[in-house]
Ligand binder design. Structure first.
Ligand SMILES: *[C@@H]1O[C@H](CO)[C@@H](O)[C@H](O)[C@H]1NC(C)=O
Ligand SMILES: [Zn+2]
Ligand SMILES: [Zn+2]
Length: 348
């Protein structure tokens, strides 16, 4: 592939990722979702009905029904990064005397991440079932602020335990519901928040580590090329030192795929690090993402089927005040990592 088409593919993929992540990570209104909707409204009159139907159907299938698309996308992106790392960066690093130990760290991290990723996908997040409901009801008291006693889920026909929520995508009520994550095609709830946190941290470590190794390799490549000491003759016949722009151009032309990969990794790293910090904060203050949104007075259609998606409504009389129930940071973490098992018995 030539430089330009690679560049276009890269920009499209990165932009698509930004839009998807921003639109659907927290299920809340973001500038991107606003942009997304506005663009949709503007182009709607010019696109044929069947195309609109198709895109609506696709979006519905992708985000409102359980499906493995994002798991495959995740694996695909990961495979691309690791292939690039193994076939290009690895060899260069070996030439530059990077030790095998530090070069094997990304593979170790990959194994760890895959383990937690698998657990996130496979573990039951804490589905509220008829058999377990008695135990599940007793885990948390109702706070009568966000969760009120005696409310039952119309779909599941079961009383909603405190801190639980019905997931529209999975069509079940989940104990200590956090959010539905499309990347693992599962809800994040009482029994798998710990794996989700560890998964986030391991992906960050993976992206960060490969980015550092790659950056180091490019840095050494620049040093070796002698570009920093090179100079050129400008249009007036003057000797000019080759500036940083020259170096960047050189890198882009010599290692296009590696530079693209590095850009992608840096982007993923900062995005996920922010997300991981947010979720660590929530874990430390004994809140779920669901409660966080609720107590800020934002309610999406998912939580309130009757709310129109464009309206911000506040179910909380006083949402300027933040409520925490924590009994100390360690206790809060303990609750995440050793969640109360309502009933030992397996359902079904
Ligand atoms: C976390 O908050 C809930 C109420 O939402 C409370 O019942 C529980 O005891 C708290 N856990 C800890 C460890 O403080
Ligand atoms: Zn339900
Ligand atoms: Zn779900």
């Amino acid at each position: 592939m030539d430089f330009l088409s690679l560049f276009v593919v890269y920009v499209v993929v990165v932009l698509a990722c930004i839009v998807l992540v921003c639109k659907y990570s927290g299920q809340q209104k973001t500038p991107f979702s606003f942009l997304f909707n506005s663009v949709g409204k503007v182009v709607a009159p010019f696109t044929p009905k069947c195309l609109q139907k198709l895109s609506q159907w696709t979006l519905h299938r992708l985000f409102h029904q359980r499906n493995n698309t994002f798991i495959y996308l995740h694996i695909l992106l990961e495979a691309a990064v690791y292939a690039e790392f193994t076939y290009e960066v690895f060899g260069f690093c070996r030439e530059m005397d990077t030790t095998l130990t530090s070069l094997s760290v990304p593979y170790v991290l990959l194994a760890i991440k895959t383990f937690f990723f698998y657990l996130c996908i496979k573990r039951d997040p804490g589905t509220v079932t008829k058999k377990k409901i008695t135990g599940q009801l007793s885990v948390y008291p109702y706070d009568r602020r966000l969760f009120h006693p005696g409310v039952s889920c119309e779909t599941c026909q079961l009383i909603k335990p405190a801190r639980s929520k019905h997931c529209r995508v999975c069509n079940r009520c989940v104990q200590r519901f956090d959010h539905h994550c499309v990347w693992v095609n599962n809800c994040i709830g009482a029994q798998n928040t710990r794996y989700f946190l560890l998964y986030l941290f391991s992906v960050c470590a993976m992206a960060g580590d490969i980015a550092v190794l790659t950056g180091d390799m490019l840095f050494h490549a620049v040093l070796r090329s002698g570009l920093l000491r090179a100079s050129y003759v400008d249009e007036y016949g003057q000797q000019q030192p080759a500036g940083p722009l020259f170096v960047v151009q050189h890198l882009f032309l010599t290692f296009p795929r590696i530079v693209f990969m590095l850009g992608f990794l840096v982007f993923v790293f900062f995005l996920l690090a922010g997300y991981a910090l947010f979720h660590s904060y929530l874990a430390l203050v004994n809140q779920t993402a669901n409660e966080w949104y609720k107590s800020r007075g934002y309610v999406c259609q998912h939580c309130h089927p009757t709310a129109t998606s464009d309206r911000l409504c506040s179910p909380v009389p006083d949402h300027s005040k933040r409520y925490y129930y924590g009994r100390g940071l360690l206790r809060n973490l303990e609750e995440i990592f050793f969640p109360t098992q309502p009933v030992r018995k397996k359902d079904n």
